[in-house]
Design a protein around this ligand. Sequence first.
Ligand SMILES: [Zn+2]
Ligand SMILES: [Zn+2]
Length: 262
Amino acid sequence: MKKGTVTVLGSATSMGVPTIGCNCAVCHSSDPLDRRTRPSVMIEWDDHRVLIDSGPDFREQAIREGIDRLDAVLYTHGHADHILGLDDLRPLTYPRITGGSRIPLYATADTARTLQSVFKYVFDDNYKYGGIAKVELHEIRETFELLDLKVIPVPIMHGDAQIIGFRIGEFAYLTDFSSVPDESIAMLKGVQVVFLDALRHEPHPTHSTVANSIMIAARIGAAKTYFTHISHDLAHEATNQTLPEGVRLAYDGLRVEIDLES
Ligand SMILES: [Zn+2]
Ligand SMILES: [Zn+2]
């Protein structure tokens, strides 16, 4: 067993909760658990620290969690709410922290192309207008080794687009899906802690509903399921009271023990 922890950096859908200009009850809730930043998690084990996604709230999340170094970032897909914090990796790529090596970013070919186009200057060797994040892209094709872990990309459907979630040992993180193919459910056998997209109750073309994710959670059968990518339609406490045992809404700052070997 290789023990580690996952920390929820953000649990919101793309616009964050509260949402700018919104007058709804959740956006004006006094419960701190109803404040959600854009979706991302951090995995830590031994003296290692890896992110899944770096969203637009990364700077605030990193300061909140005291992140002072980073070994790698894994990307699920190239949408803005998952990548826009890439520029803020910059202070973590200072040579005094990294020893001069670049921080590896792992992404599928599709996502890598998006990163290279959105952050063209970061990947421009001739960029001469000041500091940029010292990172390097690694293409995800299949299961790969990350430090001393085995990382399994798990295909999921985000509307018409196939993106990936990740399984590492008995932990899995699946965000931004409307459906999970049967073959991918099979890849999750034995997972004990799983994070699943559950946007809201109303159907959405590219995200899962609470009811659908409850069904998926039952099929996966993990001891602990946490819902993430949550919209302002779901109040934390009231929603939790309606969820089955072992299924809860994630919240910013949540830490869960995980086994990173299966
Ligand atoms: Zn998203
Ligand atoms: Zn609202």
